[in-house]
Design a protein around this ligand. Structure first.
Ligand code: HEC
Ligand code: HEC
Length: 377
C-alpha cells in the first residue's frame, strides 16, 4: 500500500533526478557513505546476485527492473523490509538476473545485449506468441538498406549546435549569465505544487518543491548530488544519475554540449509532434549517452533524451522544452516536461531572472543530523 504522501514524494523525486520510490530504503550504511565506496553486498542486507556492483547502483538497477516489468517496488518487496525474500517474484527475479547474465556471457561477449526489457517490455509476463493486432497488420520493416535516408539530409552536428547558439541569443549573451532563478508550478498527477529552481554555472542546481508538509529538495553541487524531503534523511543521488543529468543542469549547455561527451554527431532527423527536428547524439565510450533534438526551423532545443547506466540496463529520461520566451536577450524555455517510463511531470515557469546573487552554500549538502532514531519496521 502506498500512502498518498509517500507516493507523491516518490514521483517528485523522479522528476528532478533521483531514482527514488515510495518504499523506504532503510539501509543506514548506504546513506552515509560516499557513493561508489562500497559494494552492494556490503551496504545492503540480503544481496546474493548483484554482490559486486557499487552500492549506489543498486537503486538504479531496481528502477530498471521496475520499468521493464511495468510494476512497482512492492511487486517484489515487503514495504519497510526490502531485504526480505517473502514474495515469490523477488525470488524469480534473482534467477532471471542470473539467466540474463548467462545469455549475455554465452552469446554476446558479456555485453548488455539482452536485458529484462528485451523479453518483458513493460509486463511481468512476456508474450511468447506473436499477436494479431486489432488495427490490422503493422507494415513490415523495410530492408536495412535505404533505412537511413534521414542521415543524408542532416547537416553536421557542429552546424546544428552553432545554429542553436545563434537562435537563442548568441555566445556572448550566454557567457554573460552566471545564475538563474525560476519560480513556477509543477504538475504531479494532476496536482499543482509551487516549485523554485536556482541554477548556477559550474553544474549547480537546486530544485525546491513546496509540499504541504515541507520542502522536497534536489540539488547538484557540480560534482555530486543530494536530495531531501520532509521526515526523511538527506540522500546521495547515485553517481550514474548525476553523470547522466549533466546536460540539463548546465546553465550554458549550448556552449558545452561538445565538452560533455567524447564525441557528438548527427543521428538523423525525427518528428516531435508536428515539429521536424535534427537529432544530435552525444557519445561516451562508444555508446550513445544522450540525444538532443533541435527544431529544424527555429534551431531551438526541443528535447533531451538521456540514458542512465545501471548494472541491468539503461534507464531513459526525456525532457521536452516548450514555451520559449525572451529573457535578457536569451530565449528560455518556460515549460519543461520530464518523462520516464512510469511518470510524466510538467514544470511551468511563471517568473525567471538571470544573474541574481546566489549564495554558493545553498548547493552544499546539509550537515548530517546526529544518528536519528530509526522507526522500527
Ligand atoms: C521484479 C522484482 C523486483 C522489483 C520490482 C524491485 N526489486 Fe528490489 N530487489 C529485487 C531482488 C531480486 C533483490 C535482491 C538482489 C540480489 O540478491 O542480488 C532486490 C534487492 C533490493 C534492495 C536491497 C535490500 C537489502 O537490504 O538486501 C533494495 C534496497 C531494493 N531492492 C530496492 C528496490 C526498490 C526501491 C524498488 C522499486 C524501484 C525495487 N527494489 C523493485 C527484486 C525487485
Ligand atoms: C529471455 C527472456 C527473459 C529475460 C531476459 C527476462 N525474463 Fe523474466 N520472465 C521471462 C519469462 C518467459 C517468464 C515467465 C512468465 C510467465 O510465467 O508467464 C518470466 C518471469 C519473470 C518473473 C515472474 C513474474 C510473475 O509474477 O510470475 C519475474 C519477477 C521476472 N521474470 C523478472 C525478470 C527480471 C528482473 C529480469 C531482468 C533481470 C528478467 N525477468 C529477464 C523471460 C525473461
Amino acid at each position: 500500500m502506498c500512502r498518498q504522501f509517500l507516493c507523491m514524494l516518490g514521483i517528485a523525486f523522479t522528476v528532478v533526478g533521483i531514482s527514488e520510490t515510495p518504499l523506504r530504503v532503510q539501509t543506514a550504511s548506504a546513506n552515509t557513505s560516499p557513493p561508489g565506496a562500497m559494494s552492494a553486498a556490503e551496504a545492503y542486507q540480503n544481496i546474493q546476485v548483484l554482490k559486486e556492483i557499487p552500492a549506489d547502483q543498486l537503486v538504479p538497477a531496481m528502477q530498471f527492473i521496475t520499468y521493464s516489468l511495468g510494476v512497482e517496488c512492492s511487486y517484489c518487496h515487503v514495504e519497510g523490509a526490502l531485504e526480505k525474500d517473502d514474495k515469490k517474484p523477488k525470488q524469480t527475479a534473482r534467477k532471471m538476473m542470473q539467466m540474463m547474465a548467462a545469455i549475455n556471457r554465452d552469446n554476446f561477449d558479456s555485453k548488455q545485449a539482452v536485458t529484462c526489457n528485451s523479453c518483458h517490455r513493460g509486463a511481468p509476463h512476456p508474450v511468447a506468441t506473436p499477436i494479431i493486432a486489432e488495427g490490422g497488420p503493422r507494415p513490415a520493416f523495410e530492408s536495412v538498406l535505404g533505412e537511413d535516408t534521414s542521415l543524408t539530409d542532416a547537416p553536421p552536428a557542429e552546424q546544428i549546435i552553432a545554429k542553436y547558439v545563434e537562435a537563442i541569443g548568441g555566445a556572448a549573451a550566454l557567457q554573460r549569465i552566471s545564475t538563474r532563478q525560476e519560480k513556477g508550478t509543477i504538475n504531479i498527477s494532476g496536482r499543482n505544487l509551487p516549485i523554485e529552481i536556482l541554477s548556477r554555472i559550474g553544474g549547480k542546481q537546486l530544485t525546491v518543491i513546496h509540499l504541504p508538509n515541507g520542502d522536497s529538495i534536489t540539488a547538484y553541487d557540480g560534482a555530486s548530488g543530494w536530495t531531501s524531503a520532509p521526515n526523511r534523511p538527506v540522500r546521495e543521488i547515485p553517481s550514474v544519475e548525476v553523470a547522466s543529468a549533466k546536460p540539463e543542469v548546465d546553465l550554458q549547455l549550448p556552449l558545452h554540449i561538445k565538452q560533455l561527451f567524447n564525441e557528438v554527431k548527427t543521428a538523423g532527423t525525427e518528428k516531435i509532434g508536428d515539429r521536424e527536428s535534427y537529432v544530435v547524439a552525444g557519445i561516451n565510450s562508444g555508446e550513445i549517452a544522450a540525444k538532443f533534438y533541435f527544431d529544424k526551423e527555429s534551431g531551438y532545443l526541443l528535447r533531451i533524451l538521456r540514458y542512465t547506466k545501471s548494472p541491468l540496463g539503461r534507464n531513459s529520461t526525456q525532457i521536452d522544452y516548450a514555451d520559449f520566451r525572451t529573457l535578457n536577450g536569451l530565449k528560455v524555455p518556460f515549460r519543461k516536461t520530464i518523462a520516464r517510463p512510469n511518470s510524466r511531470l510538467t514544470v511551468q515557469i511563471e517568473d525567471a531572472e538571470f544573474n541574481v546573487p546566489v549564495d554558493e552554500k545553498k548547493f552544499a549538502r546539509p550537515a548530517v543530523a546526529p544518528t536519528p532514531t530509526r522507526p522500527s519496521s
